[in-house]
Design a protein around this ligand. Structure first.
Ligand code: SF4
Length: 560
Protein backbone atom coordinates (compact mmCIF):
# COMPACT_ATOMS: atom_id res chain seq x y z
CA UNK A 1 0.00 0.00 0.00
CA UNK A 2 1.29 3.38 -0.91
CA UNK A 3 0.63 4.80 2.51
CA UNK A 4 3.76 3.21 3.96
CA UNK A 5 6.11 5.87 5.13
CA UNK A 6 9.32 3.94 5.67
CA UNK A 7 10.74 0.73 4.27
CA UNK A 8 10.08 -1.02 7.57
CA UNK A 9 6.34 -0.47 7.34
CA UNK A 10 4.16 -3.09 5.74
CA UNK A 11 0.48 -3.82 6.10
CA UNK A 12 -0.18 -6.93 8.15
CA UNK A 13 -2.67 -9.48 6.88
CA UNK A 14 -5.39 -8.47 9.28
CA UNK A 15 -6.21 -5.65 11.64
CA UNK A 16 -6.49 -7.75 14.78
CA UNK A 17 -6.82 -11.24 16.19
CA UNK A 18 -9.63 -13.17 14.48
CA UNK A 19 -12.89 -13.90 16.25
CA UNK A 20 -12.93 -17.68 16.67
CA UNK A 21 -15.43 -20.15 18.09
CA UNK A 22 -14.59 -22.12 21.26
CA UNK A 23 -13.06 -25.60 21.67
CA UNK A 24 -15.81 -28.24 21.83
CA UNK A 25 -16.85 -29.26 25.34
CA UNK A 26 -15.71 -26.04 27.07
CA UNK A 27 -18.11 -24.61 29.66
CA UNK A 28 -18.55 -21.06 28.43
CA UNK A 29 -21.32 -20.12 30.80
CA UNK A 30 -24.09 -20.49 28.22
CA UNK A 31 -27.34 -20.61 30.18
CA UNK A 32 -29.11 -23.01 27.81
CA UNK A 33 -26.22 -25.44 27.69
CA UNK A 34 -24.44 -25.28 31.05
CA UNK A 35 -27.07 -23.84 33.40
CA UNK A 36 -27.12 -20.54 35.22
CA UNK A 37 -24.42 -21.03 37.88
CA UNK A 38 -22.42 -17.79 37.72
CA UNK A 39 -18.84 -18.32 36.56
CA UNK A 40 -17.44 -14.91 37.45
CA UNK A 41 -18.12 -12.09 39.84
CA UNK A 42 -19.93 -9.97 37.31
CA UNK A 43 -22.41 -12.78 36.70
CA UNK A 44 -22.78 -13.25 40.47
CA UNK A 45 -23.94 -9.72 41.19
CA UNK A 46 -26.22 -9.75 38.14
CA UNK A 47 -27.83 -12.95 39.46
CA UNK A 48 -28.61 -11.34 42.83
CA UNK A 49 -31.57 -9.40 41.45
CA UNK A 50 -32.54 -6.81 38.87
CA UNK A 51 -29.52 -4.48 38.56
CA UNK A 52 -31.92 -1.61 37.78
CA UNK A 53 -33.04 -1.71 41.44
CA UNK A 54 -29.91 0.35 42.12
CA UNK A 55 -31.97 3.37 41.08
CA UNK A 56 -33.88 3.35 44.36
CA UNK A 57 -30.68 3.03 46.41
CA UNK A 58 -29.15 5.99 44.56
CA UNK A 59 -32.21 8.13 45.32
CA UNK A 60 -32.85 6.96 48.88
CA UNK A 61 -29.36 6.36 50.23
CA UNK A 62 -26.26 7.17 48.20
CA UNK A 63 -27.31 10.64 47.11
CA UNK A 64 -27.90 11.48 50.78
CA UNK A 65 -24.87 9.74 52.28
CA UNK A 66 -22.35 10.52 49.53
CA UNK A 67 -19.88 8.63 47.36
CA UNK A 68 -18.13 6.76 50.17
CA UNK A 69 -21.38 5.05 51.18
CA UNK A 70 -21.63 3.17 47.85
CA UNK A 71 -20.54 -0.51 47.88
CA UNK A 72 -18.17 -1.65 45.13
CA UNK A 73 -20.70 -3.89 43.32
CA UNK A 74 -22.98 -0.91 42.94
CA UNK A 75 -20.49 1.83 42.11
CA UNK A 76 -18.42 -0.24 39.65
CA UNK A 77 -21.22 -2.59 38.66
CA UNK A 78 -24.92 -1.77 38.83
CA UNK A 79 -24.49 2.01 38.42
CA UNK A 80 -23.77 1.26 34.76
CA UNK A 81 -27.33 0.01 34.32
CA UNK A 82 -28.39 3.56 35.14
CA UNK A 83 -25.93 5.11 32.70
CA UNK A 84 -23.30 6.03 35.30
CA UNK A 85 -19.57 5.24 35.21
CA UNK A 86 -16.97 6.67 37.55
CA UNK A 87 -14.72 8.95 35.56
CA UNK A 88 -10.93 8.86 35.60
CA UNK A 89 -9.14 10.53 38.48
CA UNK A 90 -7.60 13.73 37.16
CA UNK A 91 -3.86 13.77 36.62
CA UNK A 92 -3.33 9.98 36.55
CA UNK A 93 -1.12 9.33 33.53
CA UNK A 94 -1.55 6.73 30.80
CA UNK A 95 1.26 4.56 32.15
CA UNK A 96 -0.87 3.91 35.22
CA UNK A 97 -3.80 2.70 33.15
CA UNK A 98 -2.54 -0.86 32.83
CA UNK A 99 -1.04 -0.96 36.33
CA UNK A 100 -3.85 0.28 38.55
CA UNK A 101 -7.23 -1.33 39.18
CA UNK A 102 -10.49 0.41 38.35
CA UNK A 103 -10.93 1.61 41.91
CA UNK A 104 -7.54 3.33 42.07
CA UNK A 105 -8.13 5.05 38.73
CA UNK A 106 -11.64 6.15 39.66
CA UNK A 107 -12.64 9.59 40.68
CA UNK A 108 -15.61 10.30 42.92
CA UNK A 109 -17.34 11.93 39.97
CA UNK A 110 -19.37 10.17 37.30
CA UNK A 111 -19.92 10.25 33.58
CA UNK A 112 -23.65 10.15 32.91
CA UNK A 113 -24.78 8.91 29.53
CA UNK A 114 -28.22 10.14 28.52
CA UNK A 115 -30.15 7.71 26.39
CA UNK A 116 -31.39 9.23 23.14
CA UNK A 117 -32.73 6.41 20.95
CA UNK A 118 -32.43 7.43 17.31
CA UNK A 119 -30.51 10.52 18.51
CA UNK A 120 -33.85 12.29 18.84
CA UNK A 121 -34.11 15.47 20.89
CA UNK A 122 -36.83 18.08 21.09
CA UNK A 123 -36.04 21.72 21.80
CA UNK A 124 -37.18 21.26 25.41
CA UNK A 125 -34.97 18.20 25.83
CA UNK A 126 -31.88 19.92 24.40
CA UNK A 127 -32.56 22.87 26.70
CA UNK A 128 -32.85 20.68 29.78
CA UNK A 129 -29.61 18.84 28.96
CA UNK A 130 -27.90 22.20 28.44
CA UNK A 131 -29.14 23.36 31.85
CA UNK A 132 -28.00 20.13 33.52
CA UNK A 133 -24.61 20.55 31.88
CA UNK A 134 -24.41 24.11 33.21
CA UNK A 135 -25.68 23.34 36.71
CA UNK A 136 -24.12 19.93 37.45
CA UNK A 137 -21.57 18.92 34.81
CA UNK A 138 -19.08 21.81 34.62
CA UNK A 139 -20.43 22.68 31.15
CA UNK A 140 -19.42 19.35 29.57
CA UNK A 141 -21.57 17.66 26.91
CA UNK A 142 -20.09 15.26 24.37
CA UNK A 143 -22.06 13.79 21.49
CA UNK A 144 -20.90 10.18 21.31
CA UNK A 145 -20.67 8.15 18.12
CA UNK A 146 -23.69 6.20 19.36
CA UNK A 147 -26.12 9.13 19.27
CA UNK A 148 -25.92 9.71 23.05
CA UNK A 149 -24.93 12.77 25.04
CA UNK A 150 -22.37 12.20 27.79
CA UNK A 151 -21.95 14.54 30.74
CA UNK A 152 -18.99 14.52 33.13
CA UNK A 153 -18.25 15.68 36.68
CA UNK A 154 -21.60 14.37 37.99
CA UNK A 155 -21.81 13.98 41.81
CA UNK A 156 -24.00 11.23 43.22
CA UNK A 157 -25.65 13.86 45.42
CA UNK A 158 -27.03 15.56 42.28
CA UNK A 159 -28.25 12.46 40.44
CA UNK A 160 -31.87 12.47 41.74
CA UNK A 161 -32.42 16.05 40.64
CA UNK A 162 -30.80 15.38 37.28
CA UNK A 163 -33.10 12.40 36.76
CA UNK A 164 -36.12 14.49 37.74
CA UNK A 165 -35.19 17.13 35.20
CA UNK A 166 -34.60 14.49 32.50
CA UNK A 167 -37.87 12.78 33.37
CA UNK A 168 -39.76 16.08 33.04
CA UNK A 169 -38.94 16.07 29.31
CA UNK A 170 -39.18 12.32 28.71
CA UNK A 171 -35.47 11.50 28.83
CA UNK A 172 -33.66 8.87 30.87
CA UNK A 173 -30.30 7.28 31.46
CA UNK A 174 -31.69 3.75 31.96
CA UNK A 175 -29.55 1.08 30.30
CA UNK A 176 -27.35 3.64 28.62
CA UNK A 177 -24.49 1.41 29.85
CA UNK A 178 -24.26 -2.09 31.41
CA UNK A 179 -25.01 -5.57 30.06
CA UNK A 180 -28.22 -4.37 28.48
CA UNK A 181 -29.87 -3.29 25.23
CA UNK A 182 -27.91 -0.07 24.78
CA UNK A 183 -29.26 2.96 22.95
CA UNK A 184 -31.05 2.00 19.74
CA UNK A 185 -29.32 3.69 16.83
CA UNK A 186 -31.84 5.00 14.34
CA UNK A 187 -31.60 6.96 11.13
CA UNK A 188 -31.45 10.61 12.19
CA UNK A 189 -33.39 11.57 9.07
CA UNK A 190 -36.15 9.00 9.43
CA UNK A 191 -39.45 10.39 8.25
CA UNK A 192 -38.01 13.47 6.56
CA UNK A 193 -35.47 12.04 4.10
CA UNK A 194 -36.78 12.70 0.60
CA UNK A 195 -35.28 9.44 -0.68
CA UNK A 196 -35.70 6.96 2.18
CA UNK A 197 -36.81 3.38 1.57
CA UNK A 198 -38.85 3.16 4.76
CA UNK A 199 -39.47 5.47 7.72
CA UNK A 200 -38.13 3.44 10.66
CA UNK A 201 -39.69 5.72 13.32
CA UNK A 202 -42.58 3.38 14.25
CA UNK A 203 -40.22 0.43 14.67
CA UNK A 204 -37.74 2.51 16.67
CA UNK A 205 -40.53 3.63 18.99
CA UNK A 206 -41.80 0.07 19.33
CA UNK A 207 -38.33 -1.23 20.23
CA UNK A 208 -37.95 1.42 22.93
CA UNK A 209 -41.38 0.74 24.39
CA UNK A 210 -40.93 -3.02 24.41
CA UNK A 211 -37.37 -3.41 25.62
CA UNK A 212 -35.87 -0.48 27.55
CA UNK A 213 -35.93 -1.64 31.18
CA UNK A 214 -37.61 -4.93 30.24
CA UNK A 215 -36.64 -7.46 32.96
CA UNK A 216 -36.33 -10.25 30.35
CA UNK A 217 -33.35 -8.46 28.85
CA UNK A 218 -31.79 -6.76 31.84
CA UNK A 219 -29.15 -9.44 32.36
CA UNK A 220 -27.41 -10.10 29.04
CA UNK A 221 -23.88 -11.57 28.80
CA UNK A 222 -22.60 -8.12 27.88
CA UNK A 223 -23.74 -5.02 26.03
CA UNK A 224 -26.09 -5.51 23.09
CA UNK A 225 -26.13 -2.89 20.35
CA UNK A 226 -29.00 -2.28 17.95
CA UNK A 227 -29.36 -0.19 14.78
CA UNK A 228 -32.23 0.47 12.38
CA UNK A 229 -32.43 2.59 9.27
CA UNK A 230 -34.49 3.04 6.15
CA UNK A 231 -32.12 5.58 4.64
CA UNK A 232 -30.34 4.83 1.38
CA UNK A 233 -27.24 6.43 2.89
CA UNK A 234 -26.79 3.49 5.35
CA UNK A 235 -26.39 5.95 8.19
CA UNK A 236 -26.36 3.82 11.37
CA UNK A 237 -23.07 1.89 11.05
CA UNK A 238 -25.13 -1.32 10.79
CA UNK A 239 -22.11 -3.57 10.24
CA UNK A 240 -20.79 -3.02 13.75
CA UNK A 241 -23.92 -3.65 15.80
CA UNK A 242 -25.07 -6.88 17.42
CA UNK A 243 -28.35 -6.65 15.52
CA UNK A 244 -29.25 -4.33 12.67
CA UNK A 245 -32.30 -3.77 10.52
CA UNK A 246 -31.46 -2.17 7.17
CA UNK A 247 -34.21 -0.89 4.86
CA UNK A 248 -34.83 -2.87 1.66
CA UNK A 249 -37.60 -3.33 -0.85
CA UNK A 250 -38.68 -6.94 -1.32
CA UNK A 251 -39.93 -7.60 -4.87
CA UNK A 252 -43.11 -9.31 -3.61
CA UNK A 253 -43.48 -8.30 0.04
CA UNK A 254 -42.85 -4.57 -0.19
CA UNK A 255 -40.63 -2.50 2.07
CA UNK A 256 -39.07 -3.87 5.25
CA UNK A 257 -35.66 -4.75 6.59
CA UNK A 258 -32.63 -6.92 5.91
CA UNK A 259 -31.37 -8.52 9.15
CA UNK A 260 -27.70 -8.36 10.18
CA UNK A 261 -26.20 -9.90 13.32
CA UNK A 262 -22.94 -10.23 15.21
CA UNK A 263 -20.99 -7.05 14.45
CA UNK A 264 -18.66 -5.44 17.01
CA UNK A 265 -15.18 -3.94 17.02
CA UNK A 266 -12.98 -3.67 20.14
CA UNK A 267 -9.76 -5.74 20.20
CA UNK A 268 -11.17 -8.59 18.09
CA UNK A 269 -13.26 -6.83 15.46
CA UNK A 270 -15.83 -8.60 13.33
CA UNK A 271 -18.29 -7.08 10.91
CA UNK A 272 -21.92 -8.16 11.13
CA UNK A 273 -23.29 -10.71 8.70
CA UNK A 274 -26.58 -10.98 6.88
CA UNK A 275 -28.85 -13.86 7.75
CA UNK A 276 -30.53 -13.46 4.36
CA UNK A 277 -34.01 -12.95 5.79
CA UNK A 278 -36.60 -10.29 5.14
CA UNK A 279 -38.13 -8.72 8.24
CA UNK A 280 -41.53 -7.10 7.71
CA UNK A 281 -41.99 -3.87 9.73
CA UNK A 282 -44.44 -5.59 12.12
CA UNK A 283 -41.87 -8.34 12.76
CA UNK A 284 -39.05 -6.05 13.96
CA UNK A 285 -40.04 -6.38 17.63
CA UNK A 286 -40.36 -10.20 17.72
CA UNK A 287 -37.22 -10.65 15.63
CA UNK A 288 -35.27 -8.32 17.93
CA UNK A 289 -36.53 -10.31 20.95
CA UNK A 290 -35.46 -13.54 19.28
CA UNK A 291 -31.93 -12.33 18.47
CA UNK A 292 -31.48 -10.81 21.93
CA UNK A 293 -32.96 -14.00 23.43
CA UNK A 294 -30.36 -16.10 21.61
CA UNK A 295 -27.66 -13.82 22.98
CA UNK A 296 -29.07 -14.00 26.53
CA UNK A 297 -29.48 -17.79 26.50
CA UNK A 298 -26.52 -18.96 24.39
CA UNK A 299 -24.05 -16.07 24.80
CA UNK A 300 -20.72 -16.89 26.48
CA UNK A 301 -20.79 -15.52 30.02
CA UNK A 302 -17.62 -17.07 31.43
CA UNK A 303 -15.13 -14.53 30.10
CA UNK A 304 -16.22 -10.95 29.52
CA UNK A 305 -13.76 -10.61 26.65
CA UNK A 306 -15.67 -13.35 24.82
CA UNK A 307 -19.18 -12.34 25.86
CA UNK A 308 -20.33 -10.51 22.72
CA UNK A 309 -22.67 -12.02 20.15
CA UNK A 310 -19.90 -12.06 17.51
CA UNK A 311 -18.18 -14.99 19.28
CA UNK A 312 -21.35 -17.09 19.19
CA UNK A 313 -21.84 -16.24 15.51
CA UNK A 314 -18.25 -17.31 14.83
CA UNK A 315 -19.05 -20.71 16.37
CA UNK A 316 -22.46 -21.21 14.77
CA UNK A 317 -22.22 -19.50 11.40
CA UNK A 318 -25.19 -17.74 9.81
CA UNK A 319 -27.04 -20.89 8.73
CA UNK A 320 -27.31 -22.33 12.25
CA UNK A 321 -28.05 -18.89 13.68
CA UNK A 322 -30.99 -18.49 11.31
CA UNK A 323 -32.23 -21.98 12.07
CA UNK A 324 -32.17 -21.47 15.87
CA UNK A 325 -33.79 -18.05 15.44
CA UNK A 326 -36.66 -19.53 13.43
CA UNK A 327 -37.12 -22.90 15.16
CA UNK A 328 -36.47 -22.14 18.82
CA UNK A 329 -37.44 -18.50 19.16
CA UNK A 330 -39.92 -17.47 16.47
CA UNK A 331 -41.56 -20.82 15.75
CA UNK A 332 -41.84 -19.94 12.06
CA UNK A 333 -39.70 -19.33 9.02
CA UNK A 334 -38.78 -15.89 7.82
CA UNK A 335 -38.83 -15.25 4.07
CA UNK A 336 -35.59 -14.86 2.17
CA UNK A 337 -34.86 -11.25 1.37
CA UNK A 338 -32.64 -8.97 -0.72
CA UNK A 339 -29.42 -7.31 0.41
CA UNK A 340 -29.32 -3.52 0.79
CA UNK A 341 -28.47 -1.64 -2.38
CA UNK A 342 -25.21 0.30 -2.70
CA UNK A 343 -25.43 3.39 -0.50
CA UNK A 344 -26.42 6.77 -1.89
CA UNK A 345 -25.26 10.00 -0.23
CA UNK A 346 -23.10 10.53 2.83
CA UNK A 347 -24.19 8.96 6.12
CA UNK A 348 -23.10 11.88 8.32
CA UNK A 349 -25.77 14.16 6.74
CA UNK A 350 -23.58 17.28 7.08
CA UNK A 351 -24.75 20.26 5.02
CA UNK A 352 -28.14 21.44 3.79
CA UNK A 353 -30.52 18.77 2.41
CA UNK A 354 -33.97 18.51 0.91
CA UNK A 355 -36.78 16.98 2.98
CA UNK A 356 -39.72 15.27 1.30
CA UNK A 357 -42.02 18.13 2.42
CA UNK A 358 -39.96 20.90 0.81
CA UNK A 359 -38.27 22.02 4.05
CA UNK A 360 -34.56 21.47 4.73
CA UNK A 361 -32.57 19.52 7.23
CA UNK A 362 -29.20 20.93 8.15
CA UNK A 363 -26.29 18.83 9.42
CA UNK A 364 -23.56 20.41 11.54
CA UNK A 365 -20.09 19.04 12.23
CA UNK A 366 -18.87 19.51 15.79
CA UNK A 367 -15.20 19.30 16.54
CA UNK A 368 -14.89 15.66 17.67
CA UNK A 369 -18.41 15.71 19.06
CA UNK A 370 -17.74 18.29 21.72
CA UNK A 371 -20.48 20.65 22.88
CA UNK A 372 -20.93 22.61 26.07
CA UNK A 373 -23.89 24.04 27.95
CA UNK A 374 -23.89 27.34 26.04
CA UNK A 375 -23.80 25.48 22.71
CA UNK A 376 -26.71 23.24 23.71
CA UNK A 377 -28.80 26.15 24.94
CA UNK A 378 -28.06 28.10 21.77
CA UNK A 379 -28.93 25.04 19.69
CA UNK A 380 -32.29 24.81 21.47
CA UNK A 381 -33.01 28.53 21.05
CA UNK A 382 -31.93 28.68 17.40
CA UNK A 383 -33.93 25.58 16.49
CA UNK A 384 -37.03 27.04 18.13
CA UNK A 385 -36.44 30.41 16.47
CA UNK A 386 -36.60 28.90 12.97
CA UNK A 387 -39.83 27.10 13.83
CA UNK A 388 -38.48 23.58 14.36
CA UNK A 389 -38.76 21.23 17.33
CA UNK A 390 -36.59 18.42 16.02
CA UNK A 391 -32.86 18.03 16.74
CA UNK A 392 -31.00 14.85 15.89
CA UNK A 393 -27.62 13.40 16.93
CA UNK A 394 -25.85 11.07 14.51
CA UNK A 395 -23.49 8.08 14.92
CA UNK A 396 -20.83 10.32 13.36
CA UNK A 397 -20.81 12.80 16.29
CA UNK A 398 -22.84 15.32 14.29
CA UNK A 399 -25.97 17.37 15.06
CA UNK A 400 -28.90 17.88 12.68
CA UNK A 401 -31.79 20.32 12.81
CA UNK A 402 -34.84 19.11 10.89
CA UNK A 403 -37.80 21.03 9.43
CA UNK A 404 -35.98 24.26 8.60
CA UNK A 405 -37.75 26.57 6.12
CA UNK A 406 -35.40 27.30 3.23
CA UNK A 407 -35.39 31.03 3.96
CA UNK A 408 -34.31 30.45 7.60
CA UNK A 409 -31.27 28.22 6.91
CA UNK A 410 -28.78 31.09 6.88
CA UNK A 411 -30.14 32.43 10.18
CA UNK A 412 -29.72 28.99 11.79
CA UNK A 413 -26.18 28.40 10.55
CA UNK A 414 -25.13 31.91 11.62
CA UNK A 415 -26.46 31.30 15.14
CA UNK A 416 -24.70 27.97 15.57
CA UNK A 417 -21.34 28.64 13.94
CA UNK A 418 -19.89 30.67 16.87
CA UNK A 419 -20.51 27.59 19.05
CA UNK A 420 -18.47 25.27 16.84
CA UNK A 421 -21.39 23.83 14.85
CA UNK A 422 -20.38 24.08 11.22
CA UNK A 423 -22.65 23.18 8.29
CA UNK A 424 -19.81 23.65 5.80
CA UNK A 425 -16.77 22.22 7.59
CA UNK A 426 -13.37 21.38 6.18
CA UNK A 427 -12.98 17.70 5.22
CA UNK A 428 -10.81 17.21 8.32
CA UNK A 429 -13.29 18.71 10.80
CA UNK A 430 -16.07 16.75 9.13
CA UNK A 431 -14.47 13.30 9.14
CA UNK A 432 -12.49 13.19 12.38
CA UNK A 433 -13.94 11.23 15.29
CA UNK A 434 -12.34 10.84 18.70
CA UNK A 435 -13.29 8.83 21.76
CA UNK A 436 -13.30 10.21 25.31
CA UNK A 437 -9.64 9.41 25.96
CA UNK A 438 -7.52 10.11 29.00
CA UNK A 439 -9.39 13.24 30.02
CA UNK A 440 -12.16 11.14 31.60
CA UNK A 441 -11.81 7.45 30.62
CA UNK A 442 -10.14 5.02 33.04
CA UNK A 443 -8.97 2.70 30.25
CA UNK A 444 -7.21 5.36 28.18
CA UNK A 445 -3.47 5.60 27.59
CA UNK A 446 -3.53 8.86 25.67
CA UNK A 447 -5.30 12.16 25.14
CA UNK A 448 -7.69 12.07 22.20
CA UNK A 449 -10.24 14.88 21.80
CA UNK A 450 -7.91 17.79 22.54
CA UNK A 451 -5.22 16.26 20.35
CA UNK A 452 -7.66 15.62 17.51
CA UNK A 453 -8.89 19.23 17.66
CA UNK A 454 -5.30 20.44 17.40
CA UNK A 455 -4.57 18.12 14.45
CA UNK A 456 -7.70 19.37 12.65
CA UNK A 457 -6.65 23.02 13.11
CA UNK A 458 -3.16 22.28 11.80
CA UNK A 459 -4.38 20.27 8.79
CA UNK A 460 -6.78 23.07 7.88
CA UNK A 461 -3.83 25.48 7.80
CA UNK A 462 -1.40 23.23 6.00
CA UNK A 463 -3.51 21.49 3.34
CA UNK A 464 -5.26 24.42 1.72
CA UNK A 465 -3.67 23.50 -1.62
CA UNK A 466 -5.46 20.14 -1.83
CA UNK A 467 -8.96 19.75 -3.19
CA UNK A 468 -10.35 16.93 -1.10
CA UNK A 469 -13.92 16.26 -2.17
CA UNK A 470 -14.31 12.93 -0.34
CA UNK A 471 -13.38 13.54 3.29
CA UNK A 472 -10.67 11.20 4.61
CA UNK A 473 -11.88 9.69 7.86
CA UNK A 474 -9.52 9.98 10.82
CA UNK A 475 -10.60 8.10 13.95
CA UNK A 476 -8.66 8.39 17.20
CA UNK A 477 -8.92 5.99 20.17
CA UNK A 478 -7.30 6.34 23.56
CA UNK A 479 -6.90 2.55 23.93
CA UNK A 480 -7.51 -0.64 21.89
CA UNK A 481 -11.23 -0.78 22.75
CA UNK A 482 -12.24 1.03 19.58
CA UNK A 483 -15.04 3.26 20.83
CA UNK A 484 -14.08 5.54 17.94
CA UNK A 485 -14.26 2.66 15.41
CA UNK A 486 -10.62 2.84 14.35
CA UNK A 487 -10.74 -0.30 12.22
CA UNK A 488 -13.42 1.28 10.02
CA UNK A 489 -11.60 4.52 9.19
CA UNK A 490 -9.35 5.51 6.32
CA UNK A 491 -6.78 6.33 8.99
CA UNK A 492 -7.43 4.75 12.39
CA UNK A 493 -5.21 5.48 15.38
CA UNK A 494 -5.14 3.30 18.47
CA UNK A 495 -3.57 4.70 21.64
CA UNK A 496 -1.05 2.43 23.37
CA UNK A 497 1.66 2.59 26.00
CA UNK A 498 4.74 0.79 24.81
CA UNK A 499 7.94 0.79 26.84
CA UNK A 500 8.18 4.31 28.16
CA UNK A 501 6.25 5.87 25.30
CA UNK A 502 2.66 6.77 24.47
CA UNK A 503 2.10 5.99 20.80
CA UNK A 504 -0.61 5.38 18.24
CA UNK A 505 -0.74 2.15 16.28
CA UNK A 506 -1.91 2.97 12.73
CA UNK A 507 -4.69 1.16 10.85
CA UNK A 508 -5.26 2.07 7.20
CA UNK A 509 -7.99 1.46 4.65
CA UNK A 510 -10.94 0.46 6.81
CA UNK A 511 -14.48 1.56 6.09
CA UNK A 512 -18.13 0.66 6.28
CA UNK A 513 -20.41 0.11 3.29
CA UNK A 514 -21.04 3.49 1.71
CA UNK A 515 -21.45 5.27 -1.58
CA UNK A 516 -17.68 4.83 -2.03
CA UNK A 517 -17.43 1.14 -1.27
CA UNK A 518 -19.74 -1.80 -1.86
CA UNK A 519 -18.89 -3.56 1.40
CA UNK A 520 -17.35 -2.74 4.71
CA UNK A 521 -13.84 -3.91 5.49
CA UNK A 522 -11.46 -3.68 8.44
CA UNK A 523 -8.36 -1.51 8.19
CA UNK A 524 -4.94 -3.12 8.20
CA UNK A 525 -2.28 -2.39 10.74
CA UNK A 526 0.90 -0.91 9.39
CA UNK A 527 3.57 -3.13 10.87
CA UNK A 528 6.42 -1.34 12.56
CA UNK A 529 4.74 2.06 12.41
CA UNK A 530 3.98 3.81 15.67
CA UNK A 531 3.17 7.52 15.65
CA UNK A 532 3.57 9.78 18.68
CA UNK A 533 1.12 12.54 19.55
CA UNK A 534 3.73 15.16 18.59
CA UNK A 535 4.17 13.62 15.13
CA UNK A 536 0.52 13.01 14.44
CA UNK A 537 -0.23 16.01 12.23
CA UNK A 538 2.96 15.44 10.21
CA UNK A 539 2.02 11.82 9.69
CA UNK A 540 -1.56 12.51 8.59
CA UNK A 541 -0.36 15.30 6.30
CA UNK A 542 2.22 13.00 4.70
CA UNK A 543 -0.28 10.18 4.11
CA UNK A 544 -2.93 12.60 2.80
CA UNK A 545 -0.55 14.30 0.35
CA UNK A 546 0.68 10.97 -0.95
CA UNK A 547 -2.85 9.59 -1.28
CA UNK A 548 -4.02 12.67 -3.18
CA UNK A 549 -0.92 12.73 -5.42
CA UNK A 550 -1.32 9.07 -6.36
CA UNK A 551 -5.12 8.83 -6.64
CA UNK A 552 -6.44 12.37 -6.96
CA UNK A 553 -8.95 11.24 -4.34
CA UNK A 554 -10.67 8.95 -6.86
CA UNK A 555 -9.94 5.67 -5.09
CA UNK A 556 -10.87 4.67 -1.56
CA UNK A 557 -8.06 4.18 0.92
CA UNK A 558 -8.74 0.44 0.73
CA UNK A 559 -8.33 0.46 -3.06
CA UNK A 560 -5.18 2.59 -2.96
FE1 SF4 B 1 -11.94 4.83 26.75
FE2 SF4 B 1 -10.61 3.20 25.15
FE3 SF4 B 1 -13.20 3.68 24.68
FE4 SF4 B 1 -11.44 5.59 24.25
S1 SF4 B 1 -11.53 3.61 23.14
S2 SF4 B 1 -13.37 5.85 25.34
S3 SF4 B 1 -9.94 5.24 25.83
S4 SF4 B 1 -12.36 2.64 26.45
Amino acid sequence: MAAQTTSTESPSKSAAPRVRGPRPGTNLGQWKISGKDPLNHNEEFKAEGNPLDVRERIIDTYSKQGFDSIPTDDVHGRFRWMGLYTQRKQGVDGASTSKLDAESLSDKYFMMRIRTDGGRLSVAQARVIGEISRDFARDTADVSDRQNIQLHWIRVEDVPEIWERLDSVGLLSVEACGDTPRVFLGSPVAGVDAHEIIDCTPQLDALGEAFVGNPDFVNLPRKFKTAITGSKSLDVVHEINDVSFVGVEHPELGVGYDLWVGGALSITPRLAERLGVFVAPEDVVPVWAAVAGIFRDYGYRKQRTKARLKFLLAEWGTEKFRQVLQDEYLGRELPDGPAPARAVGRPDHVGVHEQHDGKKYVGFALTVGRLDSAALLTLADATEAVGSDRIRLTPYQKVLVLDVPEDRVAELTAALEPHGMDAHPSPFRRATIACTGIEFCKLAFVETKGLAAQVIDQLEERLTDLEITNPISLHINGCPNSCARIQTADIGLKGQFIGEEFVFQVHLGGGLASADREEGGLGRTVRGLKVTSDDLTDYVERVTRRYMAETNGELTFAEW
